[in-house]
Design a protein around this ligand. Structure first.
Ligand code: DGY
Length: 423
């Protein structure tokens, strides 16, 4: 834990504290009034600069809603809030506390390891990380089992919300094929009451998001939905995040002397490393998601492919593609390449820059020895936040802030990474 120095550091801390609801932190007031899975884990990195005890509590609260089969839901509805749709009744998962029935990119183990290794209070960190180990292991075991029922080394996502990158162009075809249910219950979106509709997913996408929720709910959220889902994708982003989290979990298991867990995790890593070649388009060397319903790689390339560096799998060809990608906009790293017809500079995951993916790509690059480009990504993130404030995402052309304001994970990325002096 290092001192908060600048006015921006203090502002970031105030945002995080202001979004604290007691044991968990909402991503932002209004738009996202509950606990989200990957938000919380990444936000814990920011808490670690302010209050290490509170950082551990953030992750523990999330795991208190873990399902008996190991799944960690993407939303925990700790208390009702009419300002968000779809609320707990629409999910109908029957859990206490109420939760959604899908998950999100599993950054938890990576965040636990990072907080543990940077902890000022090492004794507390050891105790709390050790207590989380079996829960993390159960979460990863669920992914590698339930979401990879044939043991191919790639895990499936069943809903674009599981990827965290809801309206990415990578899902256009796979989601477009999902037929909107004829008996889809009517609904009123709340997100567009908080944020300009031009920055959010479209109605056509929402109808399909809700169709998928209804499909899974009708099947009681049972494991069979993996094979039955009309939307089933091996998301390159989530698989890379899981690979990285497996490596971090392995380090935790070794540190705590759990040999059986370490062997199990190592076998997942080996299997996935063998399968990851399928993400790579041999013609371009870019990493793409795989549509497991239609078969084959999806045509759209997105910044999720660069998470291969976070996974420890990036190579020089991918590095060259990243350099070319970055050269197309003023700021790095746009979520879709600026010369792609699907690029939309301000619409959520179709072009804007996100501090959290910049963190993962940037840290992955630094850890694999690509310091120059890693520094560039971090400096850009710092400038975007310093100029625009703690927004949800940023226009890669001019840095204009977009989406929700006073955004918790943007503040956390400032404190944990981007706001520190260039190294
Ligand atoms: C939303 O509501 O936009 C979320 O991303 C879904 O979890």
């Amino acid at each position: 834990m290092t001192a908060l120095i600048t006015a921006r550091d203090r502002e970031a801390a105030e945002i995080i504290k202001g979004n604290d609801r007691g044991g968990y932190t909402v991503p932002t007031k209004g738009l996202y009034p509950f606990q989200w899975n990957w938000d919380s884990c990444l936000v814990a990195l920011g808490w670690a600069r302010i209050d290490e005890d509170r950082a551990w509590t953030e992750i523990e609260t999330l795991f208190s809603a873990q399902w008996p089969d190991g799944m960690v839901p993407h939303i925990v509805f700790h208390r009702p809030d009419p300002g968000y749709f779809p609320g707990s009744e629409r999910w109908g998962t029957g859990r206490t506390p109420p939760t959604s029935g899908i998950t999100q990119p599993p950054v938890a183990a990576s965040c636990v390891r990072r907080i543990l290794e940077g902890a000022a209070d090492g004794v507390m960190a050891e105790r709390r990380a050790r207590a989380l180990l079996p829960k993390l292991l159960a979460y990863h075991r669920w992914f590698h089992g339930v979401r990879d029922p044939d043991g191919v080394g790639l895990v499936s996502v069943l809903h674009p919300w599981e990827t965290g990158m809801d309206n990415s162009p990578a899902w256009d075809d796979a989601l477009g094929r999902v037929e909107v249910a004829a008996d889809l219950e009517p609904y009123v979106r709340r997100d567009t009451q908080h944020v300009n509709a031009s920055m959010r997913p479209t109605k056509a996408e929402y109808d399909r998001y809700m169709t998928l929720v209804g499909f899974f709910r009708a099947r009681g959220w049972r494991d069979e939905i993996t094979r039955a889902s009309p939307f089933r994708v091996a998301d390159v982003g989530l698989n890379c995040i899981l690979m990285r989290a497996d490596r971090d979990l392995l380090a935790l298991a070794q540190r705590f002397g759990d040999d059986a867990a370490a062997a199990e995790i190592a076998s997942w890593i080996e299997r996935s490393e063998r399968a990851f070649g399928q993400f790579v388009d041999p013609a371009t060397s870019m990493w793409h998601s795989i549509d497991q319903v239609a078969g084959g790689r999806v045509p759209a390339a997105t910044h999720a492919g660069f998470l291969a560096f976070w996974a420890g799998c990036g190579d020089d060809r991918l590095l060259a593609l990243l350099e070319a990608w970055i050269a197309k906009t003023r700021y790095a790293v746009a979520s879709t390449a600026a010369d792609d017809p699907r690029f939309d500079a301000i619409r959520y995951w179709r072009g804007p820059i996100w501090a959290i993916t910049n963190f993962m790509v940037g840290e992955g690059l630094r850890q694999s020895g690509h310091d120059g480009i890693a520094r560039r990504i971090r400096a850009d993130t710092r400038e975007l936040i310093d100029r625009g404030g703690f927004y949800e995402y940023f226009d890669p052309r001019d840095g204009a802030p977009c989406g929700g304001s006073s955004f918790t994970w943007t503040a956390a990325m400032w404190l944990a990474w981007a706001g520190s002096e260039p190294g």
